[in-house]
Design a protein around this ligand. Structure first.
Ligand code: ADP
Ligand code: MG
Length: 683
């Protein structure tokens, strides 16, 4: 029996070349793929709601009798409008169709039908616009739950659902289950065949839940297994071994003492690079302001003193330039060459730097994506560091690593993500956490205000400036060309005219040329500008310790983690710092969400709240994390994530209890999930 993954979709009855192409567009190539093309939602036709009890504007199914003739009129705009009244024992509703010429031939006075759609309230009473409808007896054989699939142009839901029906008939009785039996029993998961059948055509709500739980846990478990394999595969032995640890020497260059947490992270890295058989792949995770740059600098220092080159990649020009500057300053008298390579660097200068990296003259190359273009070569690349790692995909990281001969890899992230999720996202890395902030940091006092308190807030900012401090004001996105919110330029102009007429104000936004951005940031760093009006381009890494206030306009437009990142631009020095969130929102959920920030400065707690409220999209722009696309699971689903994690532990502990065929079925599944995304997972 050939695997259903090797049976092309065209082999199904009713699927010709053209339809097959449509399925391909949805990522469905084989019959096996089709079975894993899960419904995106369901219409529940089995639960009939009384018209009088139906919630407004939510999908409901009503069973109603047509109580009038169908009145068809042509509107002024040329649309055909068909209306009739219908009723059940509880109430009546007006049913309206637009441009459906066939209504008259399908529905008649006196028919009792099921209608599925949203009920709205109009001046004339309850209305249901363009509902779906079917005869009452049609429902019993589809058991009420109608699967709704993601579609593409030309492909109707009915075609997908029929194709799935045919495919299900091809599923052999004894199909191999990707999850070993003992694992299923331990975690009360139903078998694969039942799950697949019920997820497409559920008999009832309970069966559907059971099927979904089984498939979600399977997917997350397999994802974790794959990440583990990637981690093992990524471990390749390296020639680069540290002979000596120079951390003490490095410490004497600093103005401050490293915290214990920083030292621990540094030692983890030094240890990996000294003793490990394999190249280091380590994530250093620490909240904003925890001092990750010093950790990176320490690790670079030892690497360079041992004769290696380092590459240090940051996600933005601003951050790259800033790292370049602080490393240059720090290593000024150490005989270490630090060079900058970003898109904004002039072509002639880029050429010079590339020659220096290729010859080995550059010890530390700091830069943006320009570091991973084909033109950049290294002579002796022993260590690769990426900052704010969540902005880079796994593949970009891999590309930078490929510039050397198995160099060590250190990634740094300020995005505190819940632990279970971290296991998946960073499953291919070892992790060090910097869990304390440098001493003397005050909690950033955070306030949520509305526009009526705006000028008071501005006065507060002015007072701070008078006492020598600086401020950020984050205005709504200019990049998005929103018309209902002021752009950075206009907004700054307004501030300069009104509130801050006697205060130097600078503007920073993503549309500015790099040179302009650089100029403004330098002015802000030097204190020539007191207020920096900016878009979220300041989010990542900007470090001006004298800035003590940040005001964020339209705070409701941002995710909590992003606000926390933004807020991390203040509170970087010894002065007490403040964050003012401005929002006109009246929505209690939104205000509640923003209150989270007023209550805590703990990035992990905030991340957890964020993940819970908004899902993972906020942590990683869509797909940026470079993980396989999930067919059914959701990273925000904590309960199933926990189960999947426990499944992983159980699997590891009881490996010998599973049969060879169970293991090979599981491995094949893992491989399929990852290979689809271009990862090469062996065995
Ligand atoms: P992040 O972890 O957000 O990248 P940075 O590395 O930018 O944080 O550090 C934030 C600020 O804290 C910087 O001004 C840095 O010089 C300072 N800093 C870092 N480590 C210490 C320390 N151990 N003691 C005092 N200040 C420190
Ligand atoms: Mg940083």
């Amino acid at each position: 029996m050939p695997s259903l993954y090797s049976v092309p979709i065209e082999n199904l009855k009713g699927i010709g070349k053209k339809r097959a192409e449509m399925f391909n567009r949805l990522g469905v190539y084989s019959v096996g793929d089709l079975l894993e093309f899960y419904p995106s939602r369901y219409e529940n036709w089995s639960q009939i709601t009384d018209i009088s009890q139906a919630p407004i504007n939510e999908n409901v199914c009503i069973k109603a009798t047509v109580g009038s003739f169908i009145n068809t009129v042509r509107t002024k705009g040329g649309r055909i409008l068909s209306k009739f009244s219908a009723f059940d024992h509880s109430a009546g509703v007006e049913i309206v169709f637009f441009n459906n010429r066939y209504i008259n031939s399908m529905i008649s006075y006196g028919d009792t039908l099921l209608f599925y759609g949203k009920i709205t309230r109009s001046v004339s009473g309850l209305q249901m616009l363009s509902p779906q409808f079917q005869k009452c007896d049609a429902v019993s054989d589809s058991a009420g739950y109608k699967p709704i699939y993601r579609l593409t142009g030309g492909l109707q839901n009915r075609i997908v659902s029929n194709a799935v029906k045919t495919a299900l008939e091809m599923l052999p009785q004894n199909v191999r289950d990707p999850l070993p039996q003992a694992l299923r029993e331990k975690f009360s998961l139903c078998d694969y065949k039942t799950a697949i059948e019920q997820v497409h055509f559920p008999q009832n709500g309970a069966q559907l839940e059971q099927a979904r739980r089984r498939l979600i846990c399977q997917e997350l478990f397999i994802l974790m297994q794959g990440m583990l394999k990637l981690k093992k595969a990524g471990k390749s032995s390296t020639e680069y071994k540290l002979c000596k640890d120079y951390t003490d020497e490095f410490s004497s260059l600093l103005q401050f003492d490293l915290t214990k947490a920083q030292l621990n992270a540094i030692h983890d890295c030094i240890n990996d690079m000294t003793n490990g058989e394999n190249a280091m792949s380590r994530l250093v995770q620490g909240d904003v302001g925890s001092g990750k740059t010093a950790v990176a600098a320490a690790v670079c220092y030892s690497a360079v003193k041992n004769g290696w080159q380092c590459a240090f990649m940051a996600p933005t020009e601003i951050l790259a330039r800033q790292h370049h500057e602080s490393l240059s300053r720090l290593f000024e008298n150490s005989g270490i060459n630090v060079d900058l390579l970003t898109g904004a660097v002039s072509e002639s200068q880029k050429k010079i730097v590339r020659q220096k990296t290729a010859s080995g003259e550059t010890d530390i190359a700091v830069g943006t994506h320009a570091l991973i273009t084909d033109k950049t070569r290294f002579n002796n690349l022993g260590l690769v560091i990426t900052d704010e790692q969540h902005r880079f995909g796994v593949s970009q990281r891999a590309k930078l690593v490929s510039k050397g001969d198995n160099p060590h890899l250190l990634v740094m992230s300020a995005t505190p993500i819940p632990r279970t999720l971290g296991l998946i996202i960073y499953g291919d890395l070892d992790i060090s956490v910097i869990d304390t902030l440098p001493p003397g940091r005050h909690k950033i006092d955070t306030f949520l205000i509305n526009k009526s308190m705006h000028s008071r807030a501005c006065n507060f900012i002015k007072e701070q400036i008078k006492s020598g401090r600086q401020a950020y004001i984050v205005c709504p996105l200019v990049e998005e060309n929103d018309t209902d919110v002021a752009s950075a330029d206009e907004y700054a102009a307004e501030l300069m005219l009104k509130e801050f007429s006697d205060i130097p104000v600078g503007i920073l936004h993503g549309k500015m040329k790099s040179a302009e951005k650089e100029k403004v940031i330098t002015q802000f760093e030097k204190g020539e500008i007191s207020v920096l009006v900016s878009t979220t381009v300041v989010e990542v890494g900007v470090n001006v310790p004298n800035a003590t206030v940040m005001m964020i306009e339209n705070a409701e437009r941002f995710g909590l983690s992003q606000l926390h990142q933004l807020r991390g631009r203040v509170g970087r020095g010894s002065e007490k710092s403040y964050c003012i969130l401005v929002s006109e929102s009246k929505n209690p959920d939104t205000l509640d969400r923003l209150e989270t920030l007023c209550k805590t400065n703990d990035g992990f707690k905030i991340a957890d709240a964020d993940l819970h409220q908004r899902g993972p999209g906020d942590f990683f722009g869509e797909r940026q994390h470079g993980l396989p696309k999930l067919a059914i699971a959701d990273f925000a689903d904590r309960e199933n994530l926990e189960t999947a994690k426990k499944m992983g532990e159980y699997f590891e502990e009881n490996k010998n209890a599973f049969s060879a065929s169970e293991i090979s079925t599981l491995n094949a599944c893992t491989k399929r999930l990852f290979n689809r995304e271009g990862y090469n997972i062996l065995n």
